[in-house]
Design a protein around this ligand. Sequence first.
Ligand code: AMP
Length: 390
Amino acid sequence: MKTIKDMNIDNKRVIIRCDFNVPIKEGVIVDDTRIVGALPTIQYCIDHDCKIILMSHLGRVKEEADLEKNDLSPVADRLSQLLKRDILFSKKTRGEELEAIVDSLESGDIVLVQNTRYEDLDGKKESSNDEELGAYWASLGEVFVNDAFGTIHRAHASNVGIASHLPSCVGFLIEQELNALSVLDHPEHPFVVVLGGAKVADKIGVIENLVTKADKILIGGGMAFTFLKAKGVNIGKSLLDEENIDFCKKMLEEYPDKIELPIDFAVTNEFTNDEEYRTKLATELADDEMGLDIGSKTRTLYEEILRDARIVIWNGPLGVYEFEKYKKNTDELLKFIVEHNIKTILGGGDIVAAATTAGYKDLVYHASTGGGATLEYLEGKTLPGLEAIK
Ligand code: AMP
């Protein structure tokens, strides 16, 4: 994969596709992690005297009312503070104003273009990778750098579209993600997968892809109950993904020694944080009970397996971590991994959020920020944003 260091970018007009999809409340950026993450690539371009054009999407734009709340201009202000230099902002995603700003750029100057999804108001041009739009944006620059990992699994005009018209590469953020995730292509053994989260349906692709490579798959979360149901265990009122019972049955039959299921749960009668819970064996749930977290026996079992692992990938929390009572075992297992220095990749989404809240995110080997992109990588799918650069 071509990275920014492989390109001649000196003095060139460089378009960087960033991931500035940050939470903004009433014009104030609540969490600027993604903006900070983009700085190394931007700084590298400044150091190479580039004229820099930054692009990003923010939220979804389906109707006029979405425009104002997804205005990207607060990001320009925050970038300006972080980089300690002026950042120009183009209120429009195309047209004379944008072109005039781009023409006026001197070496080291930066313009941030309005939310690329403003173009979605007009026939989803950004999200459907409209050919004319990609070509137009590409005409503004000479080199394209994709540094937005979170949209790498999508073919949009601002990534795939531009990349198909310009010499292209990935920036430092994507390079870092790919380097970390690539250890899974030829993993050291024992290679252990921890899979939690709500529905089996969302993880079928991951299970199918990783079950042949992994030595163990430790199941937790709501998903576990569909596997237990497939074994004929009474799961009470616990989450069930009825349509995928057969899939679970097949996996358990084909890989009986690889798939580990919880042996106990924190159970209660209502889906709430307010009631007391009790810990019960997985085989002892009553009809009116539901499991909302794995139990401590399961955690100990999983810790013993993880202790010897050379590489671990973990996707999805082991319990309803939004409820204080049921995040305990997810947090404890994260702690175990950190304390025992087990080389672990947190595979996007909720588990990264859980690790962030618990203070472990920066202590694990890698926390992948991609959400859907990370999941598709784990499913072994080709990622259009990368294909376009290859
Ligand atoms: P996912 O997006 O598939 O990783 O799922 C994350 C969601 O799974 C979180 O919102 C958790 O609350 C939910 N979850 C985890 N364990 C359970 C459980 N035992 N019952 C219901 N939902 C769960």
